[in-house]
Write a protein that binds this ligand. Sequence first.
Ligand SMILES: [Zn+2]
Length: 392
Amino acid sequence: MQQVEVAGSYRRRKETVGDLDILVISESASRAVEHFVNYEDVEEISAQGETRSTIILRSGIQVDMRVVARESYGAALLYFTGSKAHNIQRRDMALERGWKVNEYGVFEDQERIAGENEEGIYALFDLPYITPELRENRGEIEAGQAGNLPTLITLEQIRGDLQTHTTASDGRNSLEEMAQAAQERGYDYLAITDHSSHRGVTQGLDAEGLARRIDEIAELDETFPSIHLLAGAEVEVLEDGTLDLPDEVLARLDVCLCAVHTYFDLPRDMQTERIIRALDNPHIHILAHPTGRQINKRRPYDLDMECLIQAAIDRGCYLEINANPERLDLHARHARMAKEMGLKLAISTDAHSVNMLSVMRFGIDQARRGWLTADDVINTRPWREVHTLLKR
Ligand SMILES: [Zn+2]
């Protein structure tokens, strides 16, 4: 096989994907198809043709594979990556020029004028390459025409993680293990943000426990010279918007998050007001998982997002993109809204174990679909600069 790419919504890094579409260039289509249907996790072969076949994996996911000709590869990649809305816009632009586009190329009369790669096709329309995460017909073509496409944030630009948990609350690894893992990732800082005690479900820290924890983190920080260990907490927002830890202890934290884990059903006005009241507390830096949703499990609570973003700007605090693939909260649409309104965001893993530090990449995907650049995200900066940004 000479080239393989997973197209479709997977390539656009959508939050969820229905099935997978794989495109292949190969000297021998039959050998590629043979190799594909003999993959060890195949539960069922639904179709097997000369250049195309469909399998169902044991996980239940359907995977289509197409072998395409080299001269059509870019056209096929564009076509099968979508989105449909993006492709329709491109098709209309072709029609205006008297051209035809399909998955084999761009044609003038019968002649293929582009098709081998995506860049060449975009160039035909006087457009720069548009990265798959932006192909949703949400202004990316206009931005490309105007030369205003954002330089999207990348995983390598992340300098630290601002939400993690340890065995002091509901995490699975110790402070030391988390610090070690973050150091191995090359981070400049790691915030330890265990839950406060109000949360009935799991063990959390009360004021005394958190005070002790702050000392422990400071002590351990001495033994990790290459990474800043930050004392933090994820403080519970109570029903009336007050917090469940006293100001004296919150004042000692490097990074203070607040979050809602109860009373999801309040009406929109009350919920918005409640959360803004929590942000009124001058010790709060970041609102964690701002809408509380869990993908395919729990709907976001009803919030006036524009009002919340403005409130965060006015108070000098930030909202989070929670990178956990079950949350991805903020939604990409709201991340873009925040950017456009002038609010920077934090991308945090909410890791409850060392392995979960790696979900940062899903937060990056979410940020990219929200058009964010490195500048829009606070934790692309070294701790020294983040520390300044967090001052209210
Ligand atoms: Zn939480």
